[in-house]
Design a protein around this ligand. Sequence first.
Ligand SMILES: Cc1cc2nc3c(=O)[nH]c(=O)nc-3n(C[C@H](O)[C@H](O)[C@H](O)COP(=O)(O)OP(=O)(O)OC[C@H]3O[C@@H](n4cnc5c(N)ncnc54)[C@H](O)[C@@H]3O)c2cc1C
Length: 424
Amino acid sequence: MNIPRTSFPRVVIIGGGFAGVALAKKLSKQEVQVVLLDKHNYHTFQPLLYQVSTGGLEPDSIAYPIRKILKDFPNFYFRLASVEEINTDQNKVITNIGDLKFDYLVVASGSKTNFFGNSEIEKYSMAMKTIPQSLNLRSLILENFEEALLTSDLNERNALMNFVIVGGGPTGVELAGALAEIKKGILPKDYPDLDTRLAQIHIVQSGDCILKGMSEKASQKAEDFLEKLGVNIWKNVRVTNYDGKTVTTDTDLTFETATVVWAAGVKGATIKGLDSTDFVTRGNRILVNEYNQIKNFQHIFAIGDIACMVTEAHPFGFPMMAQPAIQQGKQLGDNLLRIIEEKPLKPFVYKDKGAMATIGRNKAVVDLKNVKFQGVFAWYVWMFVHLFFLIGFRNRMVVFVNWVYNYIRFDREARLIIRPFKRN
Ligand SMILES: Cc1cc2nc3c(=O)[nH]c(=O)nc-3n(C[C@H](O)[C@H](O)[C@H](O)COP(=O)(O)OP(=O)(O)OC[C@H]3O[C@@H](n4cnc5c(N)ncnc54)[C@H](O)[C@@H]3O)c2cc1C
């Protein structure tokens, strides 16, 4: 990989997501060599992926070059590489561009969509975990409407205009709200010769409420907002299959649709060599101790979505969200310096800053530690928090201007089929 060996200990980080970047920043000006490996050369702000899928934002406004984030830091190296295996005996990572030895290894590879082993659902439904996947979804939505214009078969037309979102978590809720706004504000103008009132948006949720991780009030309010926007919510219904045409469920309910978005869960993105059942636990996450160390290793760590740190308050690990990832990245940075300086480690303590979701224009729900609110103010708070955590001044400005423009004009101008979607 052409990375010089220096007298500084080498920390290899796999993944430039929230956790990996927070850690790299923490180590940036210290006497360590930091090598960050990622299969993308950019950091993705995943909470706004649904806006890319629905034409509200251009993809480059939620992505940021990893090299630029860390450009001013000495002893920092980035390599565009997909890590294929970790050899824990020889302390090296094996990638598509070569091998690299490490003194300390941090796995921050995040998570991937969990289809729960159903290969048909995996084949025919759409995931929304990366920017390319969001662009695929954007193209598919628009292509379906173009196709709906051409068919005289009523059932086929309806199926092309039906959207089924599986999973009523924040991703499913936010996407459904955005689609409902497109149906109301954009489709009638773009497709005046199509009866777009027939377009249907469904959320199918296996549990008895949406936004399960949030307060009852937030869940109920989100449901009210969605119903007002015309979204159909099916609770206590589990999707069992999708063959590209029909969604079947564990009830009598079926849906004819050309678009299924799978937002029903994620699992840890484990890597060969660190996938032993000894420490890979529920949700395919790697069990770590309070210092993010992986069982049996003093010098190999996992942080962010991939890590499962069990505490009394969180028996299944912390929620797979940006905050635990950022906080663990920062804390591990401190602890790695402590190890090098031979000081005792500090255990990780999660500071829960709450959760939020937006349903659409002027509609959001916010649960903070001591206060919960919904509606217009919650929507402003949601926008402010997302702008604040976006990386890069340009991205913040672009997103802000886009939001103001879309708000005033009731528009989403990125409804472009740049790269037609082709199912493999
Ligand atoms: C659609 C969506 C909406 C979300 N909304 C919210 C929200 O509103 N609020 C919130 O708090 N959280 C939200 N999340 C969750 C949040 O984005 C994740 O919890 C967070 O990104 C986890 O950070 P991470 O660093 O662990 O992993 P990630 O951010 O996923 O980063 C992992 C990185 O590792 C790289 N990688 C993986 N495997 C390899 C490999 N083998 N070799 C090289 N590189 C590799 C990936 O390319 C990626 O860059 C959302 C997630 C999604 C998908």
